[in-house]
Design a protein around this ligand. Structure first.
Ligand code: 5GP
Length: 137
């Protein structure tokens, strides 16, 4: 399947739609998920096009994992978490909804389940949580 330049994360990377940015480097960009399954749910994406893990280059994968580790430490600290759930979906059958490679980072607390999908965040709360993560970086 071909990469679609008009997917929502491509638009975020081009600055055409807003995002709550947490971190960026030459190769990756990190921002808050707008429908968080837990407090601190964020997404790591490569700055260059890749539909998902299946067409990504080894360099894109390596850059995303390096950034994901850095962000995992930051959200652990910011939310005093007990662990991290790390997710990545490939194609619709694999659960993927946005077709630009992305990794979910979810700080977890013992005994606290994920929230149901599809619930929009309160943007004030999202901003406060983002500030805590940026401070922990
Ligand atoms: P997946 O493709 O891995 O199933 O999930 C896509 C993720 O992107 C979902 O967790 C969803 O909440 C998030 N998402 C969808 N649209 C937007 C958006 O416009 N902005 C942000 N920040 N996240 C989004």
């Amino acid at each position: 399947m071909a990469y679609d330049n008009d997917n929502i994360f491509a638009k975020i990377l081009r600055g055409e739609i807003p995002s709550e940015k947490l971190y960026e480097d030459d190769d990756t960009y990190v921002f808050m998920d707008i429908m968080p399954r837990v407090d601190g749910h964020c997404l790591v994406i490569p700055k260059t096009p890749a539909r998902n893990m299946l067409d990504a280059t080894p360099e894109q994968l390596a850059a995303c994992l390096k950034t994901a580790q850095k962000m995992s430490h930051a959200v652990m600290k910011a939310f005093d978490a007990d662990g991290i759930t790390f997710q990545q979906f490939n194609e619709a059958a694999g659960g993927q909804e946005v077709f630009h490679l992305h990794y979910h980072i979810l700080p977890r607390h013992e005994g606290t389940p994920l929230r149901a999908p599809g619930q929009m965040a309160d943007f004030g709360v999202l901003k406060e949580q983002a500030e805590k993560i940026r401070a922990a970086l």
